[in-house]
Design a protein around this ligand. Structure first.
Ligand SMILES: [Zn+2]
Length: 134
């Protein structure tokens, strides 16, 4: 018997209200180190996908996939400007969640994420970094 499937079906039956479903989406979205790191970077201000790719050292497909999960959980919002899509935290309280989670992990003597690199990030093609020399 597939435990994951049966647990999922139990959860689907018990999380009936919209608020509970939203809570589940929120918790799921937060339950990945890369997504927490993306939110951590966004606490410093909005960023485009290419900036996140550069800072994280990950491919576009991977970063976009995580951003979709974060957007569907209403943790981030996107804004289009020409060909660029910028992401930012949907709510100031998201930054508080990240700060709190980092603090809890730091209590255990570990470093969760390094400091978010200051702009311009060397080698980043995004308008904010590449345009910083002008
Ligand atoms: Zn950049």
């Amino acid at each position: 018997m597939d435990t994951v499937v049966s647990l999922k079906s139990i959860m689907e039956k018990t999380t009936s209200t919209k608020a509970q479903q939203r809570l589940g989406r929120l918790a799921k979205a937060l339950a990945h180190p890369t997504r927490l790191q993306i939110l951590h970077i966004l606490t410093q201000g909005e960023a485009c996908v290419c900036h996140l790719m550069t800072v994280l050292g990950k491919r576009q497909a991977n970063v976009s996939q995580h951003l979709t999960v974060l957007r569907e959980a209403d943790l981030v919002v996107d804004r289009r400007e020409g060909l660029m899509v910028y992401y930012s935290l949907a709510d100031k309280r998201v930054a508080q969640i990240i700060a709190l989670l980092r603090e809890l992990a730091l209590d255990e003597g570990d470093v969760v994420f390094g400091a978010v690199p200051a702009l311009p990030v060397p080698g980043c093609p995004c308008p904010k970094c590449a345009g910083a020399d002008n």
